[in-house]
Design a protein around this ligand. Structure first.
Ligand SMILES: *[C@@H]1O[C@H](CO)[C@@H](O)[C@H](O)[C@H]1NC(C)=O
Ligand SMILES: *[C@@H]1O[C@H](CO)[C@@H](O)[C@H](O)[C@H]1NC(C)=O
Length: 601
C-alpha cells in the first residue's frame, strides 16, 4: 500500500483538473478503474420515455416506439443525443485517453500498476445512470433557480457507479465532459480516477457562451467548423456564430439566388451548400451548440457586387480608405427598391432553413460608412440626419422578416449607439468596441452580449496586413509615412495579441454599475475570430487554448485571476483537446509543467 499512497500524493497535482471549473466539487481519494464495457442508461423522468430500456433494446426499439415520427424527431430526442454523446465519451477515454506524463519530472512520474491490484480492479466503473428530471424538481434539488437550464449533478461512488442528474440535454452533455476529465490513462492502458467518491454540482453563469467565427475573409470549410463545434462542446460552450458573408467573399450558397456564391465565393468549391449548412447545424445540435448565421448588412457586402453590381454603392473604390474600414469598399444601397426585393428573396430563402436549427439570426449592422452613400444614387448624401430614417427603414424591413420566421434578431452595437434606432424589444445587441457601453444598452432595455476587442479579439496582434502605398516613404512626392505601415513594429488595428491570460482575466462588467434588471439582460458573450489573417490551416492554433480561457469566464463569470493552478488546469484541457485532433497552441512551456512551482516571478 505504500506505492499506492505515493501515487495518490504525486497524482494529486493533476487531479480535479476540470475545465471550466465546476461550481462545487468534493472528492475523496479512492481509485476507480473505468471498465471498457461501460454502459449508459438514460432515465427520462419528464417524458417517462424510451431511454429506460435503451441499453437493452437499442435504436430498433426506439424506432419502433417512435413509429410515425420523423428521423429528425428521433435525432432530436434527449436520449438519442445523450447516447451519441456517451459513445463519443467512451471512444475518447478508451481510444484517445490521456496519460498525464507531461505534468511530472521524468523521475517523478510513477505509475501504479492498477491491473496488479485486485482491490482496485475489482470495482471498476461499469454503468452511468443519467436521469433527466423536470426543471422544477431539479431546481428544488440544487436549491438554485439559475441552475435549472444547463446545470447537472454528478456522483461517482467508490462502489463504481456514476449517477448524473440534470434537467436538460445540455446538462447531460456537460456532465459527460466532466466525467471524461476525471479519468486518466496509465501507460498500461488502464483508465482510472483517484478521486472517488466525487460529488459535483455545476451550472453556468451565462446562458449565451459563444464563438464568432468568420468564414468569409478566408475560407473555413464545414468540416473545420465541425471540429470547432466538438471542441466548443467539450468546453461547455453553446453557441457558434458563423459570420458567413463579408466584403471579400460570399461562400454561402443561396439556392434561390445561386449567382451570389457562384460569382462571390473565392473558388467554386469554397462554399457552404444548403446541405453543408444543415449538416453543420445538425452536428451542432447533437453537441449542444446552437449554430446560428450572420449575414452582415448593409455594410460588409461588396461580394454581392460580383453577381449584383447594381445593388452596391462605392464598390471596390481605389483608394478605399474614405469608403470602408478595410478593402474592398462597398455597401448595399440604402433606399433602393431593388435592394429591398433582393433582401426579401435572400432572407425568405435562408431564414426558414436556419430557423429549423436555431432561434437566432444575426443581421450585422456594424461599421456603416457614411461617405459611401454620397456615391449611392438612391441617397447622394452622407448627412446623418438624412441617412438615419433610411437606416431605420432598412432595419425595420429585415427585422420584420426575422419576426415572420420567429427568429430572435441580433445586431451589432452601432445600430443602437451610433444610429439611435428604435428596435423590437427582443433584439439582442452585440457589443465589441468596449465593455462600458453594456450599461448604456441595457438601460435602453436591450439584452446584450459582451466580447470587447480590447480583450476578446483573437485576431489581434498578427501584424498589419496592408502594404504601404510607397515602399520608400520620404521620397519627394510621397505621402507622409504612416509608421504602422512602413516601419517596425507594424502593429495591427487591435494589437497586442491577446494571449490566454489576457482573455482569461477579461471582466466584462468591470468599471460599470448595473441594476439587477440590467444584469439580467447580460445574456453572455462571444469571443471573436475575424478572418483577415486566419485560414483553415492556422485555425486551431488561433482558437485554442484561448477559446477555452473564454469558456471559463462564460461559465463562471468575469473578474478571474491567473495562478499556477489555473495554468496547469488549462494545460490539461489543452492536452485533452490535442488528443481529440485539435492542433491547439500551448498554455505553458513543458519544463514548467514538469517542475511545479518553479516558473514563478
Ligand atoms: C445618436 O445619438 C448620439 C448621442 O446622442 C449622437 O451623438 C449621434 O449623432 C446620434 N446619431 C444620429 C445618426 O442621429
Ligand atoms: C476597467 O478599467 C481599467 C482601468 O482603467 C482598465 O485597465 C480595464 O481594461 C477596464 N476593463 C474593461 C473590461 O474595460
Amino acid at each position: 500500500m505504500r506505492l499506492l499512497s505515493v501515487i495518490v500524493g504525486s497524482l494529486a497535482v493533476t487531479v480535479n483538473a476540470i475545465w471550466p471549473e465546476p461550481r462545487s466539487v468534493t472528492t475523496g481519494s479512492t481509485f476507480i478503474r473505468l471498465s471498457a464495457d461501460i454502459e449508459l442508461d438514460v432515465v427520462n423522468q419528464v417524458t417517462g420515455s424510451i431511454g429506460l430500456r435503451w441499453a437493452q433494446e437499442g435504436i430498433q426499439s426506439i424506432l419502433a416506439k417512435a413509429q410515425g415520427k420523423s428521423e429528425e424527431w428521433i435525432a432530436d430526442q434527449p436520449e438519442t443525443i445523450l447516447k451519441a454523446a456517451f459513445e463519443r465519451f467512451r471512444g475518447n477515454v478508451l481510444n484517445a485517453g490521456f496519460i498525464p506524463r507531461k505534468f511530472f519530472t521524468r523521475d517523478g512520474f510513477v505509475e501504479y500498476e492498477l491491473g496488479l491490484q485486485p482491490e482496485v480492479s475489482s470495482r471498476p466503473l461499469t454503468r452511468v445512470e443519467l436521469i433527466i428530471e423536470s426543471k422544477a424538481s431539479y431546481a428544488k434539488r440544487v436549491q438554485d433557480g439559475s441552475a435549472a437550464g444547463e446545470g447537472y449533478q454528478l456522483f461517482l461512488s467508490p462502489e463504481g457507479t456514476a449517477k448524473i442528474v440534470t434537467a436538460s440535454t445540455n446538462g447531460g452533455l456537460y456532465a459527460l465532459s466532466t466525467l471524461e476529465q476525471l479519468f486518466y490513462t496509465s501507460s498500461h492502458g488502464h483508465i482510472y480516477t483517484v478521486l472517488a467518491p466525487i460529488s459535483i454540482t455545476d451550472s453556468p453563469m451565462y446562458s449565451h457562451r459563444g464563438l464568432n467565427l468568420d468564414i468569409s475573409r478566408n475560407f473555413i470549410a464545414p468540416s473545420d467548423a465541425k471540429r470547432v463545434i466538438s471542441a466548443l462542446s467539450f468546453n461547455k460552450m453553446n453557441r457558434l456564430h458563423i459570420h458567413a458573408t463579408d466584403a471579400q467573399s460570399w461562400p454561402l450558397v443561396i439556392p434561390s439566388i445561386p449567382s451570389l456564391a457562384e460569382k462571390g465565393a473565392y473558388e467554386p468549391d469554397q462554399v457552404w451548400t444548403a446541405e453543408d449548412l444543415a449538416d453543420v447545424q445538425r452536428y451542432g445540435r447533437i453537441h449542444g451548440v446552437e449554430v446560428y448565421l450572420e449575414i452582415d448588412v448593409p455594410g460588409h457586402t461588396t461580394s454581392i457586387a460580383a453577381s449584383h453590381p447594381n445593388l452596391i454603392t462605392a464598390a471596390t473604390q481605389d483608394p478605399w480608405t474614405k469608403y470602408a474600414a478595410e478593402p474592398p469598399s462597398g455597401q448595399l444601397k440604402l433606399d433602393s427598391p431593388a435592394v429591398y426585393t433582393f433582401l426579401t428573396k435572400l432572407f425568405n430563402d435562408i431564414l426558414p432553413r436556419s430557423a429549423f436549427y436555431s432561434k437566432h439570426f444575426h443581421f450585422g449592422g456594424d461599421e456603416l460608412n457614411r461617405a459611401a452613400y454620397e456615391l449611392d444614387d438612391t441617397v447622394k448624401s452622407s448627412d446623418p440626419t438624412i441617412l438615419k430614417p433610411l437606416v431605420q427603414k432598412f432595419t425595420d424591413h429585415i427585422l420584420s422578416m426575422a419576426k415572420k420566421h420567429s427568429l430572435r434578431p441580433i445586431l451589432w452595437e452601432e445600430m443602437v449607439l451610433d444610429w439611435n434606432l428604435t428596435l423590437p424589444s427582443n433584439t439582442i445587441i452585440q457589443t465589441w468596441r468596449s465593455s462600458a457601453i453594456i450599461a448604456d444598452i441595457t438601460s435602453r432595455g436591450h439584452a446584450v452580449l459582451f466580447g470587447a476587442n480590447t480583450h476578446w479579439y483573437l485576431d489581434c496582434g498578427m501584424g498589419v496586413f496592408l502594404d504601404p502605398i510607397h515602399p520608400m516613404p520620404g521620397l519627394p512626392g510621397s505621402p507622409p509615412p504612416t509608421s504602422h505601415l512602413t516601419s517596425p513594429p507594424f502593429p495591427d488595428y487591435c494589437s497586442p495579441y491577446k494571449n490566454w491570460r489576457h482573455i482569461y482575466t477579461y471582466d466584462p462588467l468591470a468599471n460599470i454599475t448595473l441594476s439587477a434588471e440590467q444584469e439580467k439582460l447580460v445574456l453572455g458573450g462571444e469571443v471573436h475570430l475575424w478572418g483577415e489573417m486566419t485560414d483553415a490551416i492556422s485555425l486551431d492554433g488561433m482558437l485554442w487554448p484561448r477559446v477555452s480561457a473564454a469558456a471559463e469566464v462564460l461559465w463562471r463569470g468575469g473578474g478571474r485571476s491567473v495562478d499556477e493552478g489555473v495554468t496547469r488546469r488549462l494545460a490539461e484541457m489543452r492536452e485533452r483537446l490535442v488528443g481529440k485532433g485539435v492542433s491547439s497552441g500551448m498554455v505553458q512551456m513543458e519544463w514548467c509543467l514538469r517542475n511545479k512551482g518553479m516558473c514563478k516571478l
